[in-house]
Design a protein around this ligand. Structure first.
Ligand code: MN
Ligand code: MN
Length: 467
């Protein structure tokens, strides 16, 4: 006999109690989540940088019936287009049955992740070792990036203007690269420094070779040998580095974590774990009531500045363009638009409970996190979503049986952060942050739960399809 008491029944009725998605989903939906995450892992492995995510998504979009957007074209409901933003960001769009001036439904995520960028003049030799100087990109705990196998990605332009695409260290048989660290036997001084300075920015030097050019002795035989190999492989000379964009990222693939395989460990979940579900949701939308605008942006990790970040006008301009071809004003379309800023939030980590307020933290497997505001020091520097809009989004999720939870980015005054939400909100759009909770965020190996990834897909799709 397990009759519920009056108090238990009343608690069920009155209390907020987020649940592990497994109790809500059922076997079939768990299977769908696992299946969805196989696609996600492939995406992670193919897309280690914003350029790779852009190119991969463009190719997928073309297979799914998207054509390059023509600013002078004319489109009918259900037509699908993409707009390439300098090969680093991308907009996918499905025209709705209602005119664009009645508003669009935007889902915006980012495809850049913290990493080590090469300096413009990176290659040097010291003590008969060849190394690359780096300048880290985004908020990293620098000590985490030592002794991790790294791969090299990016583009180089030769003197004649021709372009070399580099992706080295991902395939079987490729060499890897690494930032070395001190042995514990000799780290007395190093380990007495604060964690922030244990490894300094200028210490993130990458080991790239050690054998000398043999024919005759000069003072940089190892560097010369590396440059000779690079010249043979890519046809470049040292001066071509000055014009290159090269990024070092962890070289290992995404893997299942746990005996139950319920989690995924990988580099770059932030924010591909929202980008991939949003792209798949966009592809799945057939004939939406409102025009869908799915943005995968660049430069979020360094503040969204620059012409591929969301502080620029590219999103506003795109919406203005699709409004204009229907004879409408861009500002009317923007004013009536609604947006999910799709970005990760910190998952509650039982090893480090003190940084969270348990009642306002996000837990792995409890579904996507709705984050009303981020910011720091008394909500500074954030979009604080309107209750009206949060309530609309919540009812869309409830109707579509999407598991969701509320979550703050840690305790008050514990730290803070931000997303693209405020830049889109500043246009006059209703925006709220919705995303997947992550453990070890910004580490070279982050962890998410598969059911949460799937709930992101379901949630974004329900939002884009809502009448
Ligand atoms: Mn992010
Ligand atoms: Mn981030």
């Amino acid at each position: 006999m397990s009759e519920k008491t009056d108090a238990e029944l009343l608690m069920e009725e009155l209390f907020y109690a987020p649940k592990h998605a497994s109790y809500v989903c059922g076997d079939e939906e768990i299977r769908l989540a696992d299946e969805f995450c196989e696609g996600y892992k492939s995406f992670l492995n193919a897309c280690k940088t914003e350029r790779e995510a852009n190119a991969f998504t463009k190719a997928m979009a073309e297979k799914n019936g998207y054509a390059p957007f023509d600013r002078k074209g004319s489109y009918k409901a259900g037509d699908k287009v993409y707009c390439d933003i300098k090969e680093k960001a991308l907009i996918l769009c499905t025209f709705g049955r209602q005119p664009v001036e009645n508003g669009t439904r935007i889902v915006a995520s980012h495809i850049d992740s913290p990493r080590l960028d090469l300096k413009p003049n990176p290659l040097y030799e010291d003590s008969e070792l060849a190394l690359f100087k780096t300048h880290y990109y985004g908020g990293i705990k620098k000590y985490q990036w030592t002794t991790v196998p790294l791969s090299l990605h990016g583009v180089i332009f030769r003197k004649d203007g021709s372009r070399v695409n580099v992706r080295l260290g991902e395939d079987e048989g490729d060499p890897r690269f690494v930032v070395t660290d001190l042995l514990p036997h000799l780290d007395k001084q190093q380990s007495s420094r604060s964690a922030e300075d244990v490894v300094k920015g200028e210490d993130l030097n990458i080991l790239v070779g050690s054998r000398p050019f043999l024919k005759e002795k000069c003072d940089k035989n190892v560097k010369l040998n590396i440059m000779k190999l690079l010249n043979e492989k890519y046809g470049i000379v040292e001066a071509d580095f000055l014009k290159a964009e090269l990024e070092m990222v962890p070289a290992y693939p995404a893997v299942d974590i746990g005996f139950d395989r319920s989690l995924i460990g990988s580099y770059g979940h932030d924010d591909r774990v929202c980008a991939y579900p949003s792209i798949m949701a966009e592809f799945a939308v057939e004939n939406p009531e409102f025009t869908s605008v799915t943005v995968i942006t660049d430069k979020e990790e360094i503040g969204s500045d620059g012409n591929t970040g969301l502080c620029s006008d590219y999103l506003r301009n795109f919406i203005a363009d699709i409004a204009r071809i229907q004879g409408a004003e861009g500002r009317d379309a923007i004013r009536a638009s609604e947006c999910l800023s799709a970005d990760v939030n910190a998952g509650f980590d039982p090893t480090y409970p003190s940084v969270h307020d348990r009642n306002n933290a996000a837990f792995l497997n409890n579904g996507i996190v709705v984050t009303k505001y981020t910011g720091a020091r008394g909500k500074g520097g954030t979009n604080d979503a309107n209750a009206e809009f949060v309530s609309r989004v919540a009812s869309i999720f409830d109707e579509a049986k999407v598991s969701w939870q509320i979550g703050e980015l840690g305790k008050v005054d514990e730290g803070g952060g931000g997303t693209v939400a405020k830049y889109i909100a500043n246009l006059g759009v209703d925006v709220v942050d919705v995303g997947v909770p992550v453990l070890s965020m910004h580490a070279p190996f982050e962890v998410v739960a598969k059911t949460d990834v799937y709930m992101a897909f379901k949630g974004f799709k329900a939002f884009l399809e809502k009448k």
